[in-house]
Ligand binder design. Structure first.
Ligand code: PLP
Length: 414
């Protein structure tokens, strides 16, 4: 079997791997091969240490205390906000709202902007490759408001039909909410074009950046999206922290989300006035430690550079695709012209879950199932797929192990 491992790497993967202690562990007596990065990526030492440093050095609540610890914690928390602003090219730090993750960001928009602006007969457009977290909040809203949810069809190759999208856009369209990179297919959608088309009919656009933020250069001003949501844990950061970006003008005019401390200016029993952006949307004590550590994750990505990361991951994807296609009975689901670094597949006569279990026995972690995209699985008439998703620390040798592991697995299942 040819291997790319002899070709000079884009960067020194071995050194990068040393920053991720978990990659050194064994699973079922085999070295871990972690290919489930689209579910959550592993964390570099900088992120782990940042959490440790906060709890051992300056744990305090933020924005309230006047003592030194509170000031240090507040400053570090706000530094992350500025780092996120840079990371996604926002115009102002007030446009960055910390959430629990992509899911909460989308729900925040549905429960605030949605309830204020969607009325009976209005239309919301999503696509056929959305994650449940970008389907269900809009479904709930449409049911409540008697609005209509329209779906852009997915082609056999796993792309969005842009012609169909154009035909769905009408003067009743109030919102388009689309994924930039599909977690189940890897498809990179042409969101910039789609945003321009939506704005043409006066609709706003939310971009689900859960899978794209880690791979693509994100410039929300260039995209001109109205909202952009992503999760810390998929960009080498901690779980429990995410980001909702919104254009300042839109956020300012939206009603509040959760009520509580921090989001208020003044409270009386008769009336409450609300805080300014972004605090208006950050009720209660937030996830301080993990938000602070998110900055270390962004620093880690920036230090290596997304261009290099993308090149390395594109090499892994191309190699994995080429090798997978040599396996008899294997069909790749999602053959879009532009893909990010994951590959989904099914193998004739086998169930994805059995493959996942047998690969795990060989120390190889992949994701199996519907990937929270049940309507998409229905579209392809399959119960689910096996998904291998790559990160900057994966190697070509690991792709070889996946392929060898699959050959063994198929033998065991036949
Ligand atoms: N959108 C996409 C495309 C995803 O892949 C995911 C998670 O897998 C989500 C949304 C939800 O992200 P989270 O569970 O971090 O809120």
């Amino acid at each position: 079997m040819t291997t790319f491992s002899t070709i000079s790497p884009i960067f020194d993967v071995d050194t990068i791997r040393q920053a991720f202690p978990i990659l050194g562990r064994m699973v079922k007596d085999k070295p871990l091969v972690y290919l489930d990065n689209a579910a959550t990526s592993q964390k570099p030492l900088g992120v782990i240490n940042a959490i440790h440093d906060y709890y051992t050095g300056y744990n305090a609540n933020i924005h309230r205390g006047i003592h030194s610890l509170a000031e240090e914690a507040t400053a570090a928390y706000e530094v992350t906000r500025h780092a996120v602003k840079q990371f996604i090219g926002a115009a102002a730090a007030e446009e960055i709202i910390f959430t629990r993750g992509t899911t909460e960001g989308i729900n925040l928009v549905a429960y605030t902007w949605g309830r204020q602006n969607i009325n009976a007969g209005d239309e919301i457009i999503i696509s056929g490759m959305e994650h449940h977290s970008n389907i269900v909040p809009w479904q709930i809203l449409c049911e409540e408001k008697n609005a209509v949810l329209k779906v852009i069809p997915v082609t056999e190759d796993g792309e969005l039909s842009l012609m169909a999208y154009q035909n769905l856009l009408t003067d009743k369209t109030k919102l388009v909410s689309i994924v930039q990179v599909s977690n189940a297919l890897g498809t990179v959608n042409p969101v910039k074009e789609m945003i321009a088309a939506a704005h043409h009919v006066g609709a706003l656009v939310l971009v689900d950046g859960a899978q794209s933020a880690v791979h693509l250069d994100i410039d929300v001003q260039d995209l001109d999206c109205d909202f952009f949501a992503f999760s810390g844990h998929k960009v080498y950061g901690p779980t429990g922290v995410g980001v909702l970006y919104g254009k300042k003008k839109i956020l300012e005019n939206m009603p509040v989300f959760q009520g509580g401390g921090e989001m208020i200016k003044e409270v009386t029993f008769e009336h409450t006035t609300y805080n300014e952006l972004p605090y208006k949307y950050e009720a209660g004590t937030p996830n301080i430690a993990d938000t602070i550590a998110l900055k270390s994750a962004l620093d880690f990505i920036n230090t290596i550079g997304k261009t290099k990361i993308r090149k390395h991951e594109a090499g892994l994807l191309a190699y994995a695709t080429e090798q997978l296609e040599t396996i008899p009975g294997l069909a790749i689901i999602g053959k879009a012209r532009e893909k990010a670094s994951l590959v989904s597949f099914v193998i004739k006569g086998t169930h994805p879950q059995d493959i996942g279990i047998l690969l795990d026995n060989q120390g190889i972690a992949v994701r199996t199932g519907h990937h929270c995209c049940q309507p998409l699985m229905k579209r392809f008439e399959i119960p689910g797929t096996v998904r291998a998703s790559f990160a900057l620390y994966n190697t070509f040798e690991e792709v070889d192990k996946l392929i060898t592991g699959l050959h063994k697995t198929i033998k065991m299942l036949s």
